[in-house]
Ligand binder design. Structure first.
Ligand SMILES: [Zn+2]
Length: 220
């Protein structure tokens, strides 16, 4: 390799390093889109994005009134709301489950309904899951989205922290973050162990809400 080329490469490396420093950290992200298997012409995978439309915000969450789950949900809402500069996403708790967009229950996840896709986080001493049903066309999110948070080791000293991480993590799924981050320092890691948003969580949420959604919410 010639000296000139090496110098050129070094220059590129320096430029890249500088742009890393000055570029907004909000650009950091992981893939959040839902991978849907379909078989209209043989088994295929589609990668689909979703975010709540403006007229659905604040998203209506019905949260089971048990074991501080409502308090955990309020914390999760506040956490994620702060990720957005322009109020692209927000949520509020509602009393009537029949009109809710999202239902969060303190319950061991039941068998997966036909056609639904489950995102599950298995972390002792609690675990969580969120199910989405993409409808007959796969371009829909059939309401309500259902999340479950469940204490698997009720007497464990780490239970409260676990419930906090997992409830906020499941709320992340209900926003449209349908994949897990590969990084353990992100709230959306498959085994969530933090109760704050990393720069990647923030960047991913913002990106998801600035991306044209493939799926729309529908109420059956
Ligand atoms: Zn998850």
């Amino acid at each position: 390799m010639s000296r000139t080329l090496l110098a050129g490469l070094a220059g590129i490396a320096i430029l890249a390093a500088c742009s890393d420093i000055v570029s907004p950290v909000r650009n950091a992200r992981y893939d959040w889109r839902l991978i849907v298997a379909y078989d209209s012409a043989g088994p295929r995978l589609d990668t689909l994005s979703f975010h709540w439309p403006r007229n659905s915000v604040p998203v209506k969450l019905w949260v089971e009134d048990a074991s501080d789950l409502k308090a955990r949900a309020r914390e999760g809402i506040a956490l994620w709301k702060d990720a957005f500069l322009y109020g692209e996403w927000d949520a509020r708790l509602v009393d009537d489950s029949t009109s809710a967009d999202v239902i969060i229950r303190l319950l061991q996840p039941p068998p997966l309904p036909a056609g639904a896709i489950r995102m599950a986080a298995s972390v002792e001493p609690c675990f969580g899951a969120t199910d989405v049903d993409t409808g007959a066309t796969r371009f829909e999110i059939v309401l309500p989205v259902r999340s479950y948070v469940f204490p698997s080791l009720p007497n464990d000293p780490g239970l409260e922290d676990c419930m906090r991480h997992v409830t906020s993590h499941e709320i992340g799924h209900t926003m449209g973050l349908f994949q897990h981050s590969p990084d353990s320092l992100d709230l959306m890691y498959g085994v969530p162990a933090v109760d704050f948003l990393s720069e990647r969580d923030v960047g991913t949420a913002e990106n998801a809400y600035h991306f044209t959604p493939d799926m729309v919410p529908v109420r059956p």
